[in-house]
Design a protein around this ligand. Structure first.
Ligand code: SF4
Length: 481
């Protein structure tokens, strides 16, 4: 019997070198033995023929599938895994396509064990629970975990990527992994009592688990397959499982007896009566309320899809002054009312300064749905394009006909485009009443959001004063007209 002593249970490089040499020497699987740890020491002193190959390894190619299989198979806890690996290697020389024969007992046994290893790695990613502690360098997160197979080194890079900014250690009975924010290192086996036993995050896990547990969908077997009992003792949320399972029937009965919850708002919108371009072309809203209902079902352009709701104008139907902005912003979209966000608050203050009563003014936007793009949890404003402005002009034109204001104050280029039907030069044309072919009188000025974006305080003060002066002109004009 030839015995090879490997440096560790997962010494794949050592196994590869020794196994290749033994195969070239012609040492049959029945005469080769790979051992580690105490078994290895016993073999060295037990009179067996110890040591690896006697001759230098020569050329010996094996398929990549075998190397990948063996690299995972060695992580399995089965004591005979080395024998299985060497048996496959032995046979590959005469059966180069062996790894493709899935019905072969050795190949099938290897595949099953690789699957076990992969599952153990997946469970480790799901069930490692870090607990907070501190050391000389500050905050550190430590987890105790008992993997089903020796997957620590295989799986630790996942945690380095996922928790790259934290300093953490994972302690297992097979070894330890440590991440210092830059380098991943491995050490000797750890002990459970070296990891903190409980911290404040435990409550978070328990609350999270309880809130995601749906008693009506309880399938105990499936749950135990996804969260095997062997992991429960290190999972804070596992303490809740028996209680949640025991109360599942009662909680399901209560859920069934309660009234149905409201359908998802977005889903409701998708099912709302559609008013496409052809349909709206036929429709002539008789008042602002009907126009408002029409906007909610409008599909003349794609902007309705990502908005919470259409935001119509607000104010008296016979207002002398109509103010037109660009489009609802984030807060307007949620509130369903125009000019309630930061730009709206600036406008309110400027109106007061100019002596204009907002309650007597009709405020609306060129485009009725909020155009934006998601950025993390934020929704960033996007300027509507000319096609969207043109599509929504249909609603603005009806508002103009219904309100018939003495003067329309257009805030910014998009509002100017919607009201005038052409792209205006706002700074050059501001402050002068423009007569439109439709018989409306229009005054141009900047949008209050422009003032908010100015970084220079002096420029902001100057532009704000000019904005208030334009509002005063609008007020004077509506009084005179
Ligand atoms: Fe209709 Fe205007 Fe909304 Fe586009 S933005 S869907 S045109 S209401």
């Amino acid at each position: 019997m030839r015995t090879v002593v490997l440096a560790s249970e997962t010494d794949f490089e050592g196994w590869k070198t020794a196994a290749r040499g033994l195969r070239l020497e012609g040492v049959e699987p029945a005469r080769a033995r790979f051992v580690t740890g105490e078994a290895g020491q016993a073999a060295l002193f037990g009179g067996e023929e110890a040591g690896g190959p006697q001759q230098e390894a020569g050329a010996f190619a094996v398929p990549r599938a075998f190397v990948e299989t063996a690299g995972n198979l060695i992580l399995h806890r089965a004591a005979d895994r080395f024998d299985l690996m060497y048996r496959l290697l032995w046979r590959l020389r005469d059966e180069p396509d062996l790894m493709r024969v899935v019905s072969d007992p050795d190949v099938a046994a290897a595949a099953e064990r690789v699957k076990n290893v992969s599952r153990a790695s997946h469970k480790m990613k799901a069930f490692v629970r870090f607990r907070e502690t501190t050391d000389a360098d500050g905050e550190r997160w430590v987890a105790w975990f008992e993997p089903a197979h020796r997957v620590l080194e295989k799986t630790a890079p996942f945690f380095a990527r996922r928790f790259s900014t934290m300093r953490w250690s994972i302690l297992t009975p097979d070894g330890t992994a440590h991440w210092d924010g830059q380098f991943l290192t491995f050490g000797p086996p750890g002990r459970q009592d070296e990891a903190p036993q409980e911290d404040e995050v435990e409550d978070f896990w328990r609350t999270y688990y309880a809130s995601t547990f749906n008693p009506a969908r309880l399938r105990t077997k499936m749950m135990q397959s996804e969260m095997p009992k062997r992991y429960w003792k290190n999972l804070p949320e596992a303490a809740l499982i028996q209680e949640l399972v025991a109360s599942a029937v009662v909680r399901t009965d209560v859920m069934v007896s309660e009234p149905a919850t409201l359908p998802n708002e977005r889903f409701q919108r998708l099912r709302a009566p559609v008013i496409d371009r052809a349909a709206t072309d036929e429709m002539v809203p008789s008042d602002l309320a009907e126009l408002g209902r029409g906007v909610q079902g409008c599909r003349r352009c794609p902007l309705w899809r990502d908005a919470t709701q259409g935001v119509c104008g607000q104010g008296p139907a016979q207002a002398r002054l109509m103010i037109v902005g660009e489009q609802p912003g984030d807060q307007e979209d949620l509130a369903g009312a125009p000019f309630v966000g930061p730009a709206g608050r600036l406008l309110d203050a400027a109106l007061v300064e100019a002596g204009i009563d907002r309650a007597e003014t009709y405020l609306t936007n060129a485009v009725k749905h909020f155009k934006h793009e998601p950025r993390g949890k934020q929704r960033l404003h996007k300027t509507p394009n000319a096609g969207e402005v043109q599509a929504c002009r249909w609603w603005l034109d009806h508002e103009r006909k219904l309100v018939r204001p003495r003067l329309i104050l257009a805030l910014g280029a998009t509002a100017g485009l919607a009201v005038l039907g052409r792209k205006p030069a706002v700074q050059a044309e501001r402050g002068v009443v423009i007569d439109t072919p439709e018989g409306d009188r229009v005054l141009l000025t900047v949008h209050p959001a422009y003032l908010l974006r100015l970084p220079d305080p002096e420029a902001r003060r100057r532009e704000r004063a000019a904005f208030v002066a334009d509002l005063r002109k609008a007020k004077d004009d509506t009084i005179r007209a």
